[in-house]
Write a protein that binds this ligand. Structure first.
Ligand code: ZN
Length: 236
């Protein structure tokens, strides 16, 4: 009987200790999340403080490149805090940075619309991940950015227009021709989608242009022709 009581006491004590430890970690997490991911300042209690955001630089308003006769616009150069932001959301689970990335992209694109006389409404299509890669990463970071982008712009989010059907190798290890080959037939457009509303494909970085080219080709083959591309960054 006494042994049983003793055993019960130990279980109870362990449970209480466990709760205390968990509370401790939760409060650490709370404090940690309130810090700026870039300069560590906790002054504004946000993940990116206004000083670090203001340091981001937009590129001039111009077409970055043309792929399959479609314009690609790029909001900034892949360096400094923009590079850290992209790597953070993509590889280090910093999902809260999605808002700042969307804001940075939309501030740029709304100027592009005005200066280049582009359509005023779009269906926004984040570059899809293959289901296997999405499962492994736990999320598609560009979907998070696209959602925030649509909140800011009032545009429509469309994650059903085109799917990734080929599990491709990471692009950065490949040569230019290997990249193009790797992305060939990587996407499949879905039937019964809106073919008339302009499509805005968004991605984090445009290097070889192989991803955008492959998506544009697949959409064009399915009768969708009003296409624009926007990347958060380009190498220069
Ligand atoms: Zn900061």
């Amino acid at each position: 009987m006494h042994d049983k009581d003793y055993f019960f006491d130990i279980i109870l004590t362990m449970t209480i200790i466990n709760h205390i430890v968990q509370l401790f970690y939760k409060s650490l997490d709370f404090i940690y999340k309130k810090k700026c991911y870039f300069c560590n300042s906790s002054r504004e209690c946000v993940r990116m403080c206004s000083k670090c955001y203001d340091e981001l630089q937009h590129t001039d308003i111009r077409i970055n490149r043309v792929l399959n006769q479609k314009p690609v616009y790029s909001a900034g150069v892949y360096e400094k805090n923009l590079q850290k932001m992209i790597r953070g959301i993509k590889y280090h689970r910093q999902k809260e940075l999605g808002f700042y990335m969307a804001k940075f992209m939309y501030e740029y694109f709304s100027q592009v619309i005005a200066e280049e006389n582009l359509p005023k409404d779009y269906q926004v299509v984040p570059v899809p991940l293959h289901p296997k890669r999405k499962r492994k990463r736990g999320y598609n970071h560009m979907e998070i950015v696209a959602k925030e982008f649509c909140e800011l712009s009032g545009f429509e989010l469309n994650t059903d227009l085109i799917k990734r059907v080929k599990s491709t190798k990471p692009q950065y290890k490949l040569s230019f021709s290997e990249k193009m080959k790797n992305m060939e037939n990587a996407f499949k457009a879905e039937k019964n989608q809106d073919k008339n509303k302009p499509v805005l494909i968004i991605d984090d970085i445009c290097t070889s242009g192989a991803t955008f080219t492959s998506m544009i080709t697949e959409l064009q083959n399915n009768g969708i022709t009003d296409i624009y591309c926007l990347s958060a960054s380009s190498p220069e």
